[in-house]
Ligand binder design. Structure first.
Ligand SMILES: Cc1cc2nc3c(=O)[nH]c(=O)nc-3n(C[C@H](O)[C@H](O)[C@H](O)COP(=O)(O)OP(=O)(O)OC[C@H]3O[C@@H](n4cnc5c(N)ncnc54)[C@H](O)[C@@H]3O)c2cc1C
Length: 358
């Protein structure tokens, strides 16, 4: 019997899981609260510019990721060639030991990762669907089998699913577990383990200018947590993102600054961020961008990971987890492979069920 798989979240991990299941005997449904796919590997378009305002690029340095990305098509694949430099609290940008690994995105933006993975599957993606409750129920087919049913914030139900995979950041997954009806001791242990994973907050500002300077670096990262700017990069280094003669900076503010200023209006917080960027670059023109955009990432990067044994403890009941918090590192490729590995495990189970002649 075909295994019905429900996946919450169409970020790198959810898309990676669906991709791994593309040839399994499984019917995959993805529920995603946003209107697009990709999660924190996100791209936006505005005023003829395109910019990756969450993750900047996919960088692994290993052959596994490079060959998967090529498998998804070389067209529009961009390798950002300029290096990432470093700066400390003193604001002096200097050369670091960039490892020269590929830094991948696409001319159409990093959101292509999720799109391309999902385009190669038969998964149904229900966008604009925010899951708020989960229930474990009898399947009603006259057997002891139980299935998972989900309810969204519009009161619609989804399922039943034989297998459920949760991929939102840990605090959002913990909230879903708290809203789960399942008469099993593992639920509390799981909820506690997932709740333990904290996230750093980042507020991103996108600053556009009608001039372009050249620098020897694509990005610069603060390495001592001593600066209000955590990361600064030049989106014009990515082919197809910024019209000639313009520049577009992506400034990711440090976690403390981001948490303090999370809800401040963009006019105020953005102006302060632009001043900090101008100071960092030693050029007052950057304090006065042509236009700005912003995005708050409440759950930007996990501080650690959840205990693996606990995270996997409910797999025999068809409950799986994936995402950067399951591997303890906020990196696109780690999230992608965490989902892919779970997808393969689910696919193996689906194969077993099919062989059992169910
Ligand atoms: C500002 C910033 C910069 C970064 N820079 C880099 C970088 O340069 N390189 C790098 O490798 N990594 C970077 N990262 C980290 C990287 O983006 C993440 O680790 C990775 O994308 C996480 O993927 P995921 O699938 O685990 O989670 P997500 O991408 O968060 O996916 C989870 C999905 O679940 C959805 N969801 C949540 N709750 C619900 C619900 N209740 N119902 C339905 N859907 C729900 C969300 O909308 C989301 O689409 C950065 C992150 C941020 C925020």
């Amino acid at each position: 019997m075909t295994t019905r798989v429900g996946i919450v979240g169409a970020g790198a991990s959810g898309a990676g899981a669906a991709y791994a299941l593309r040839e399994a005997d499984a019917e995959v449904t993805i529920l995603e609260k946003s209107r697009g796919v990709g999660g924190r590997a996100a791209t936006r378009r505005k005023n003829d510019c395109r910019y990756d305002h969450g993750a900047n690029y996919v960088k692994d340095g290993g052959e596994r990721t490079d060959s998967l990305l090529r498998e998804l098509g070389d067209d529009g694949l961009v390798d950002v060639e300029e290096p990432v430099w470093i700066f400390g609290g003193d604001g002096e940008i200097r050369e670091g030991d960039d490892d020269e690994a590929h830094k991948w995105t696409w001319t159409e933006g990093i959101t292509q990762l999720g799109k391309r993975l999902l385009d190669r599957t038969d998964a149904e993606v229900r966008k604009g669907t925010r899951v708020e409750r989960i229930a474990r129920e009898g399947s009603g087919d006259g057997t002891d089998a139980e299935t998972w049913t989900l309810a969204d914030t519009d009161g619609e139900t989804h399922g039943p699913f034989d297998v459920l995979l949760l991929t939102p950041p840990a605090p959002q997954t913990a909230a879903l577990l708290e809203a789960t009806e399942w008469d099993d001791d593992r639920l509390e242990t799981l909820t506690d383990a997932v709740s333990d994973v904290d996230y750093r907050t980042i507020r991103t500002f996108v600053l556009d200018y009608d001039f372009r300077e050249s620098y020897p670096w694509y990005g610069a990262v603060n390495v001592d947590d001593g600066h209000e700017v955590g990361w600064l990069s030049r989106e014009e280094c990515k082919e197809g993102h910024v019209p000639d003669g313009e520049s577009l900076l992506v400034a990711q503010m440090a976690p403390d600054w981001s948490a303090d200023r999370y809800d401040d209006p963009i006019e105020e917080a953005g102006a302060d961020a632009a001043e900090l960027v101008a100071d960092l670059l030693g050029d007052g023109r950057y304090a006065d961008p042509e236009w700005m955009d912003d995005q708050g990432w409440r759950y930007a990067l996990p501080e650690g990971g959840a205990d693996e044994e606990t995270v996997r403890s409910a797999e025999d009941a068809g409950l799986f987890f994936a995402g950067d918090w399951t591997v303890g590192e906020g990196r696109v490729h780690r999230a992608l492979w965490s989902g892919h590995d779970v997808g393969e495990r689910i696919g193996d189970g689906a194969g077993d069920a099919a062989e059992d002649g169910n």
